[in-house]
Design a binder for this molecule. Sequence first.
Ligand SMILES: [Fe+2]
Length: 338
Amino acid sequence: MQGSGYGGYGNRSPVMVMSPRLVGNALPSYGGHGIRRQMIVMKPQQIAGTIQPQGQLARSVGASTSPLVVQKTATTEQPASKGFVRPAVAAAPTVYKPQPQAYQDPGTMLSCTSLSQWCSGEAEKSQGLCVKRAIDPRRWQPVVDRLVNEMQEDAEGTISMVSIDLNATEEECQQKFRKAATIVSQNLSRVSDLAKLVYQDALALTDTTHKLLPQAKKILVKLELFGESVCRRWHRDNYVSRAIVSYNCSATQYTPDSNVDFWELEHCGNNDCIIQDKSRILSADVGDMVFMKGLTYPGKAKALIHKSPELKYSNGKVVTRLVLKVDVMDLDDVGGES
Ligand SMILES: [Fe+2]
């Protein structure tokens, strides 16, 4: 997506509006990328278990006859951790440390100690919110590489997606959050630690987003792979909010408003023209839970200026990232996909 567009990945995913006949049904294949995608819309009457995520999701990654098989190695069997995670490869001598952060203006990104702080009065003053939780960027790379190999030529795009209808009681919403978290993490079940982490993140981020935006009618949860098709240009999201976690390689970059030439930002200037001082470009770390307020976020602090991280290459191939997103597209009842 260029400029302040809708979703940031305009060259990949068309806006999709679910018709009533699709409600509750998996879409085994759609989208211009040719990727085996899936979207499930959870209506109130479906929370009692009428959705069968496991069978449906068997189609969403890899061929239906070739389910994801991930070798159990030391890399994938380490326990999940919310703090520092030591590289699993014994020979790797490097101790991972998050990159030092450059100075940023107050109000750009609030560093929080927990997700509950996102709902504080202090958080209302920031365009972005972040719970630091640095994970070694290499920790889950073998898993992502395996996913990419399973998906072959279409090795990027949405792995699984759930649209949560929030027109329900609080108890029903909580059930839906749990079911959505199960669905988006299902494909990783053979890598139990990563599946558990994605499940916990999806559950926590949907619940927190619901608390932050109780007026929202829908929340969209997606687990995606990103290779070449990313939003490389600085932009603001033309929707309400996105919570995002990157599980390998690198994570979202952002910068304060004061570091941006807004005329260039809004008139198709390139990145070099938009950014005034590159030393003030900041980056989330792999594992961080980041909440980015979009242009239509209710409140004064909004519209975090951000972009996808620079691509990284290994053996001549782009390193694919695994990313969880929890989006609120709008505050009406017509939200679609970015
Ligand atoms: Fe974006």
